[in-house]
Design a protein around this ligand. Structure first.
Ligand code: CP
Length: 308
């Protein structure tokens, strides 16, 4: 089977068959990753540019590792050491990079829609590594892979995504992707940090934490994006923690097998207490591990690979 999409711009509109194919392919790459030399020649000869206009630890490193595990030739681009700092436009940047014969671009940008824009000015395959407040599709895929590994299925599970929903591209990609996979997602946060048009996401939103957590199989905490807040979105960090933070006391009221997830980086002691982030229900580092296999699967399939 092959993917029906040429680029991965988001999970909105991506079919259940395509998501399942990516997750199944990622599963098959764990065998490769467990080898003494975890490398396959699948993308030998392909050049992949990692175009990161925004900071990243997990996404950037895991894409680079995935590219190396697939024997591609990765090229990393950082704004501060490029001609972007001299005022070069995004269109000129990508057209000049393409002139050097590249195959794929992995892009992170603080503006929503940049991955789509790149599809209009280059023939390279584009993979969205996070665009503004829009989508972060590979994060949602690795989240679903982690849940499927731990629980054995996705269909019918209740997932509470709690925190700064408004600024979260992770929440948006998960809402669309998980809904497609038959999961029951509820988004929860302070009223001022909920989406202005929740109907576009097709999942319920609430500012009632107890209602969101009731019966949840998975609780995903989101980082309070302090750098993106305008004033007055919530009264204080202390009040936010008391109303929406997950600590041991709140955890004890949940199912004993509940999965605790966070895309990182964590504001320890704000949305998530350290003893919960590092406790037995947490799968946060497994999410990070799974990021490499998921990104291998995405690059392999978009690079023309198939999986039976
Ligand atoms: N989850 C995530 O996108 O983390 P980074 O910003 O470190 O890539």
């Amino acid at each position: 089977m092959a993917l029906s999409i040429r680029h991965l711009l988001g999970l909105d509109g991506v079919s259940r068959e395509d998501i399942t194919l990516i997750l199944d392919t990622a599963d098959s790459f764990f065998e490769v990753l467990s080898r003494e030399i975890p490398v396959v020649p699948t993308l030998r000869g392909k050049t992949i540019v990692n175009l990161f206009y925004e900071g990243s630890t997990r996404t950037r490193i895991s894409f680079e590792l995935a590219e190396k595990r697939l024997s591609a030739s990765p090229v990393s681009f950082s704004v501060s050491t490029s001609s972007v700092s001299k005022g070069e436009t995004l269109r000129d940047t990508i057209r000049n990079i393409e002139a050097m014969k590249i195959d794929m671009v992995v892009v992170r940008h603080d503006s929503a829609g940049v991955p789509y824009f790149l599809t209009q000015c280059t023939n390279a395959v584009i993979v969205n590594a996070g665009d503004g407040l829009h989508e972060h599709p590979t994060q949602a895929l690795l989240d679903m892979l982690t849940i499927r590994q731990k629980i054995g299925r996705l269909e019918g599970l209740k997932v509470a995504i709690v925190g700064d929903i408004f600024h979260s591209r992770v929440a948006r990609s998960n809402a669309w992707g998980m809904k497609t996979m038959g999961m029951n997602v509820v988004l929860c946060g302070p009223h001022t940090l909920l989406p202005q048009h929740p109907e576009s996401l097709g999942v319920p939103v609430t500012d009632n934490l107890e209602e969101a957590l009731d019966g949840a199989d998975v609780v995903m905490l989101l980082r309070l994006q302090l750098e993106r807040q305008s004033s007055g979105t919530f009264p204080s960090i202390r009040e936010y923690r008391e109303r929406f933070g997950l600590d041991l006391e709140r955890l004890s009221a949940l199912s004993k097998n509940v999965l605790i997830m966070h895309p990182g980086p964590i504001n320890r002691g704000i949305e998530l207490a350290s003893n919960v982030a590092d406790g037995p229900n947490s799968v946060i580092l497994e999410q990070v591990t799974n990021g490499v296999a998921v990104r291998m699967a995405v690059l392999y399939l978009l690079g023309g690979g198939e999986n039976d």
